[in-house]
Ligand binder design. Structure first.
Ligand code: G3P
Length: 218
């Protein structure tokens, strides 16, 4: 399972990259706005900065909601760097745009996915990645992980090549369950990745090892 970081914050991207386990980055318009990145030129420059830090796929989201606008934006984004993946919302024109990009050899990430039916449409259109929003499904009192399981089963049975990129990850347990249930990628906030390190017995055990060493070597 690949690890992406879900942020537009360059410091956090660098910190995750330094762990040596980072495979890519996802962003969305909310995450860009959170970092204060506004205006077309600044946004494009920011994507380039991210591509210069991480040697892996970087999802850059279109903000148009019509086919023509998505195609124009997506082609501009894809031309920025070979690692850019055009992120397109799961709407009718989005599926048309993904089909177009697939024909043109431009890689895509179909975002805002909440159902298996949407997952089938995205795969049929040839999306490179599918982004089911696990945390937001959990927020609505349904089980986001059930969607991961169901889509993983459908894609395996049908032989679809679209990769399941579990998004809206909120905690380390989401990451573990995604690995268990067959997600190809998880995109996580840095806090969820760092949470994977935590275990008190590791800390207690290390403290004991060092105490014993220091005593024996005093
Ligand atoms: O990649 C989509 C993700 O950023 C959404 O996460 O936490 O806003 O639901 P969240």
């Amino acid at each position: 399972m690949k690890f992406f970081i879900d942020t537009a914050n360059l410091d956090q991207i660098r910190e995750a990259n330094e762990l040596g386990i980072l495979d890519g980055v996802t962003t969305n318009p909310s995450l860009m706005a959170k970092e204060g990145i506004t205006g077309q030129e600044n946004i494009l420059k920011h994507y380039q900065n991210i591509c210069n830090i991480v040697d892996g796929d970087v999802s850059a989201e279109v903000i148009s909601t019509d086919f023509k606008g998505m195609v124009e934006e997506g082609e501009r984004l894809a031309a920025l760097h070979s690692n850019i993946v055009v992120k397109v919302p799961m709407i009718v024109d989005g599926i048309k745009a993904i089909s177009y990009f697939t024909e043109k050899g431009i890689r895509t990430n179909c975002t805002l996915v909440f159902s298996p039916g949407q997952a089938i449409l995205a795969a049929k259109a040839g999306a490179t990645y599918l982004s089911p929003f696990i945390g937001r499904i959990d927020d609505s009192s349904w089980d986001g992980m059930e969607l991961i399981q169901q889509v993983a089963e459908i894609y395996a049975v049908q032989g679809y090549e679209t990769q399941i990129l579990a998004a809206s990850i909120r905690n380390p347990l989401h990451i573990v369950k995604c690995a268990q249930y067959g997600a190809d990628v998880v995109t996580c906030p840095l806090s969820a990745i760092m949470g994977l390190f935590k275990h008190p017995l590791t800390d207690i055990g290390l403290a004991q090892f060092l105490a014993d060493y220091n005593k024996a070597n005093a």
